[in-house]
Design a binder for this molecule. Structure first.
Ligand code: AMP
Ligand code: AMP
Length: 330
């Protein structure tokens, strides 16, 4: 009999959820983490094996061992952050998801092209030299987790603050006054179905603290937590439809199969009840950690605790059964 597949990931971001879900679906589990975190992760009974590394550069030296264990790597937010884009692309261990999507996630220009092809609302983009006639948010290319942004209310403030981004690539967007909503989806290339699994909003310092005092402080959007959310039911059909259009457009734009697996639409909802997409996250997002035991939405679909991590493991299980692993691994 063939050796069972081991589900493996890096110890950070959403690793606990991913490995708990894998264990619930019957897989052996393995974690690769920094040595100083071993103690923390070893306490969890659903992690069968932990491999310690001194730094992320050592990861590639473990690949032979991971291949021997018939491992499948589940990427999350720490993969690009710590292994780098090229490090991800060159992984030899089978990887859940389409690696072609990495370039589309990283480039603000490609994201824009993708969102425009999906007919979704996006914040107005200011081209170079265009007068700043309303509040804007300026984002460095490659910025993540809310770092590397600034807000300007008018041209003068924009010109003044831009000096700190000089020589770097950035994008200028209209600052939308609304609330953030981050719906989490899963698209199955096996059953060709789309599922809404949960929704969160981010907990951002110090943007989420400014309402507590009246002070003239620049907002910053560094994420330090996530808050579970249920959204007005009449907004759900549009959330679902946007995600469907994003998937359909990805299948035309991104070889060979477009986006599949878990993804998140980072949106702002304005008082006219319209979604505006700021970004597409093409993998499991950390906001799903609020739902390790399932969400109201995943309960409606599954009648049992179904996190995004467990949903990934279930997709792998189905692919093994149907002998279609090549459809979901890279
Ligand atoms: P960490 O796992 O904290 O080392 O972070 C790895 C990457 O994931 C970084 O780029 C973080 O900005 C991002 N990240 C971690 N947690 C969150 C979160 N709750 N929401 C959004 N991004 C996150
Ligand atoms: P992002 O990395 O694009 O998800 O943005 C991080 C955070 O910045 C979001 O969660 C929002 O709070 C804020 N933000 C980003 N873009 C906009 C925008 N166009 N208008 C208002 N707030 C924004």
């Amino acid at each position: 009999m063939a050796q069972a597949h081991t589900i493996a990931t890096l110890g950070s971001h959403s690793a606990l959820q991913i490995l708990k879900g894998a264990k619930d679906e019957g897989f052996p589990t393995l974690l690769i983490t920094l040595k100083n975190r071993l103690d923390f992760y070893l306490q969890f009974p659903f992690i069968d094996e932990c491999l310690g590394i001194d730094d992320y550069a050592q990861f590639s030296s473990l690949e032979t061992q991971l291949l021997q264990k018939n491992s499948i790597l589940i990427p999350h937010g720490s993969f690009v952050a710590y292994l780098g884009m090229e490090g991800n692309k060159h992984l030899k261990v089978p990887y859940f998801g389409n690696k072609e999507v990495l370039d589309w996630e990283a480039s603000r220009d490609l994201q824009l092209q993708w969102m425009q092809a999906s007919s979704v609302n996006i914040p107005r983009i200011f081209i170079a030299g265009e007068p700043i006639d309303r509040p804007v948010i300026v984002k460095l290319f490659g910025a993540a987790g809310g770092e590397g942004y600034f807000v300007a209310h008018d041209q003068q403030e924009f010109d003044l603050k831009l000096t700190k981004f000089s020589g770097q690539k950035y994008i200028v967007q209209e600052y939308l006054v609304g609330v953030t909503m981050y719906p989490h989806f899963f698209y199955s290339p096996l059953t060709k179905s789309l599922e809404l699994l949960s929704v969160d909003r981010r907990y951002e310092t110090n943007a989420d603290a400014l309402g507590r005092i009246s002070a003239n402080i620049d907002p910053s959007f560094v994420v330090v937590g996530n808050i579970p959310l249920v959204i007005r039911e009449s907004l759900l059909p549009e959330a679902f439809s946007m995600a469907k259009r994003i998937i359909a457009a990805s299948q035309k734009l991104i070889d060979p199969q477009g986006l599949y697996g878990p993804f998140c639409l980072e949106t702002i909802v304005t008082p006219d009840q319209k979604f505006h997409i700021m970004e597409i996250s093409c993998r499991i997002v950390a906001g799903t950690n609020a739902f390790i035991n399932g969400s109201p939405y995943s309960y409606l679909l599954y009648d049992q605790p179904m996190s995004t991590g467990r949903r990934i493991a279930r997709e792998i299980k189905l692919a093994i059964k149907q002998n279609k692993l090549d459809l979901i691994l890279n």
